[in-house]
Design a protein around this ligand. Sequence first.
Ligand SMILES: Cc1cc2nc3c(=O)[nH]c(=O)nc-3n(C[C@H](O)[C@H](O)[C@H](O)COP(=O)(O)O)c2cc1C
Length: 160
Amino acid sequence: MHEVLNGRATLRTVPSAGARHALETYLLVNRVHGLEPGLYRYLAIGHKLVPVVLGSNLARDVAEAAADQVFVAQSAATFIWCADIKRMAWRYGERGYRYVHLDAGHACQNLYLAAAAVGCGVCAVAAFDDDRLNALLGLDGENQFAVYLAALGKKRTIWG
Ligand SMILES: Cc1cc2nc3c(=O)[nH]c(=O)nc-3n(C[C@H](O)[C@H](O)[C@H](O)COP(=O)(O)O)c2cc1C
């Protein structure tokens, strides 16, 4: 969610260095009622999800690229934050690489908090093969690259 300020900047629920907001959020939807499994992209300005790739083996491939962590494909959904580094680096140069990782930490922490509020749990994931994951997402690995993942799902109750 966000608010556009004077047509120039967006106010969001996460901070971002210089308000650059260089992260794009993808969702690997695995088991969400009403949504076909597949990769979706979140459009922050329109607060919308748009399908990127549906009905393929992508979830399995992403889990393999993420050090074979199968829960990446078994979650309800796995968030994938990717950097569009030019949005940050035109202003901050090399230091922009540090900032997109800090920004991703904020985004992921907010997911932990929002998930807790609706009875879900999250597991952050940073163990992944950059080249393999970027290729699966169609990112070139230089201008755009995956930064951080987080698997999300309902918490088990004591009754199962
Ligand atoms: C930067 C970062 C990277 C992480 N990468 C992984 C990962 O690749 N796989 C995983 O199972 N957990 C990963 N975690 C989750 C931590 O292992 C987990 O937060 C920690 O063990 C504490 O458990 P809790 O969050 O359930 O309290 C990561 C956490 C952070 C902050």
